[in-house]
Design a binder for this molecule. Structure first.
Ligand code: GAL
Length: 675
């Protein structure tokens, strides 16, 4: 005979004739601490609110969650075992694939293998004797997290000691690794810059060090001049050719020199573009005022001094047919067919001028469809006038977001007889390319250098043709804001397209969402991002190694010391801006550890040692894996510190979800200096 009674979260199970064992049901722990890819953990319910149901059987107790899901439990002492029945909930309603994993003190103790809708449930019985931490995870089964509704049914911990408690991710201090820049000048930024003959030239020399600083340039081609105080170079792009300019920056603490090759020709964005985009901070709340403030802060925060230069408006600057805020509602176009900005953007030309006045560049956004993703006026059938208007206003960057164009591509406009569509048939390559080729050609005709970012989430393998149809970068996947807990997966997928990375041609895995960001689901107000400090270092290191465009998309008015140290380490940025433009190649050591190696123009290699596992782990980069031999000088790029000379390998203990980012150079080439 057994009897159950409960006090708070503890349920005592008395079994007649046996020693008392305590049961702590998982559903009584603080489930608000469970991190998961969609929605929030459900107590004794499945994700859609119905009963927990596996293979036809309903379970009264348990936890409904959604991949990828992570739950940490501090076992205190005396835990005996963890028991559960796991599987994909019947209400998943689609092709779910998940993996349940139980990890005890860093050792994997249970792995369900890939479970799909319909896979019979599996029993879990894991020994916990002597253990301190229990980690319960539901991972994506390899095809993204769509439909991944997962149940821990009848999940419980048997214990004869103190009650286990749920904890947020293991507490990690955010450590500022990057030393503060010194007072003396330090010239940063790319070593190569592309432009097209005859168009306006604008380039603010990125330089750290106390101001006033004097910039003296030699070798500057005719038609260009530098403001000696601000370091802003302006004028008219020179005729076709390569011009090697020597830049000298001097202040009361010292001098620095560096060369910049200005290549006037056809190719723009010879290095990945860098800047700020409003989307993940302000969504449909964006205003002209926010954009100006962001430009001010790009200068005053020091971001521009390491190379950030584009200040880009995303969606929602135009009028919308309907919107909750009446100031954003109105006619989409005027009598001449020109797009009408909404009331928060009273003077687009004035805004671009304001940004240019600081030596920075201005970007904006539209869609080839009738409406943007946010439901604002798109460019459909007004492409030519829009390209001209954007150029006249003075914008330097266009993000062109597929959105409602899908309707047109499917043959939704019977009048559009000249547009390749696929009706009800399979999408055609031409159908994917058409709107981008059209806008690419129109931008090319404008008397400005305007970068084009194809935002269509990787459809039709855009990396293979994005440059040919006039783009300089292209998103390789959907919105990273929905997948911030999958940064490693998203980056690894992006790096598979490394063959198409190079000067003027960049794979874009979306923005840097650190500092304060608004939750992408619902466009929330900015709040501190959910990533740990180590995750943020890994994120930025991946973007640097992959030569991805680096657009910070957090709130510029909430830039704290830690965020700025992640964003503004010039040695890390130098990896991103390297003139070879190579995307690093990945070697997997095991499921959790991998190394990414990027060749640099100076013969060195940038190497990231990554640990996507949940416990610190040693990661080894052998010279055969790095692709070098003999004595190598290794420099820690986040700490800006030489670590010594190594003969056969470099290894480091890498924290949970973290990175060690180093530069490796043959010892014979001297020390691992910056340049
Ligand atoms: C999405 C795009 C986002 C953002 C948003 C604006 O399609 O991927 O980056 O631009 O639209 O509505």
């Amino acid at each position: 005979m057994k009897k159950l009674f409960s006090t708070g979260s503890l349920v005592f199970l008395l079994v007649a004739g046996a020693a008392a064992a305590d049961v702590v049901w998982m559903d009584t722990l603080d489930l608000s601490l469970m991190r998961q890819g969609w929605g929030s953990a459900q107590t004794n319910r499945a994700m859609r609110g119905g009963p927990l149901k596996l293979a036809g059987k309903e379970y009264e107790r348990g936890v409904g969650t959604h991949a990828t899901s992570t739950f940490w439990i501090d076992l205190s002492s005396g835990a005996e075992n963890f028991l559960a029945t796991v599987g994909v909930d019947e209400a998943a309603n689609g092709p779910a694939t998940v993996v349940f994993r139980v990890t005890v003190d860093g050792h994997k103790k249970f792995d369900s293998g890939v479970m799909k809708t319909g896979t019979p449930p599996k029993s879990v019985d894991v020994d916990l004797k002597g253990a301190k931490t229990l980690l319960l995870q539901v991972l994506d089964g390899g095809d993204g997290v769509g439909f991944d509704h997962a149940d821990w049914a009848e999940a419980r911990i048997m214990t004869s000691g103190r009650a286990p408690v749920a904890v947020a991710v293991p507490v990690e201090e955010k450590v500022v690794l990057t030393p503060k820049p010194g007072p003396q000048p330090r010239l940063n930024g790319p070593t190569i810059y592309g432009c097209r003959p005859g168009n306006p030239f604008l380039y603010r020399i990125p330089a750290q060090g106390v101001r006033p600083m004097k910039f003296t340039l030699s070798g500057l081609p005719a038609g260009l001049k530098v403001d000696e105080r601000t370091g802003v170079i302006s004028g008219k792009n020179p005729s076709t050719g390569t011009y090697t300019v020597t830049i000298r920056a001097k202040n009361s603490h010292g001098t620095d020199t560096r060369t910049l090759r200005i290549v006037s020709g056809e190719t723009l964005s010879l290095t990945p573009s860098m800047g700020w985009n409003h989307w993940y901070a302000h969504y449909d709340r964006v205003t002209d005022q926010m954009m100006r403030e962001a430009a001010d802060l790009m200068i005053s925060s020091g971001m521009a001094d390491v190379g950030y230069s584009y200040v880009n408006i995303d969606d929602c600057w135009m009028n919308a047919p309907k919107h909750g805020d009446q100031k954003r509602v109105g006619p989409l176009r005027d009598d001449q067919g020109r797009i009408i900005p909404n009331q928060y953007f009273p003077d687009m030309r004035g805004l671009a001028d304001y940004i240019h006045g600081k030596g920075l560049k201005a970007g904006l956004y539209t869609s080839p469809g009738t409406l943007t993703c946010g439901g604002f006026g798109g460019a459909y059938q007004h492409e030519a006038i829009d390209a001209r208007t954007f150029a006249e206003w003075g914008f330097d960057f266009l993000k062109y977001d597929w959105c409602s164009y899908g309707h047109i591509a499917e043959g939704g406009d019977p009048k559009a007889t000249n547009i390749p569509t696929w009706g009800k048939g399979a999408p055609t390559l031409e159908g994917y390319q058409y709107p981008y080729r059209l806008m690419g050609g129109l931008l090319r005709q404008q008397p400005r250098d305007i970068l084009l970012n194809h935002c269509q989430y990787g459809m039709g393998d855009v990396w293979e043709w994005g440059a040919a149809v006039g783009g300089q970068s292209w998103r390789t996947a959907g919105d990273l804001g929905f997948e911030l807990d999958r940064i490693f997966d998203v980056a690894l997928k992006n790096s598979e397209h490394r063959a198409w990375s190079g000067p003027g041609s960049w794979n874009d895995p979306d923005y840097i969402q650190i500092g304060w960001i608004g939750n992408a689901r619902g466009g929330g107000l900015p709040e501190p991002c959910p990533l740990t400090g180590n995750e943020q270092y890994a994120y930025m290191s991946l973007w640097a190694l992959m030569a991805s465009p680096i657009f910070f998309s957090g709130d510029m008015t909430h830039l704290d010391e830690f965020t700025l140290n992640v964003l503004c380490n010039p040695e890390v940025i130098e990896v991103n801006q390297d003139a070879l433009g190579q995307c690093g190649s990945v070697s997997h050591i095991n499921e959790q550890l991998f190394v990414m190696v990027k060749d640099l123009e100076d013969g060195g290699k940038a190497v990231g040692l990554f640990n996507r596992g949940d416990f610190p782990s040693e990661v080894r980069a052998s010279w055969s894996l790095v692709g070098c031999s003999g004595s190598q000088v290794v420099r820690d790029l986040w700490r800006q510190k030489n670590l010594g000379t190594f003969e056969t390998e470099f290894k480091a203990t890498v924290p949970r979800h973290g990175v060690a980012l180093v530069k490796i150079q043959p010892a014979t080439a001297g020390t691992a200096k910056r340049r």
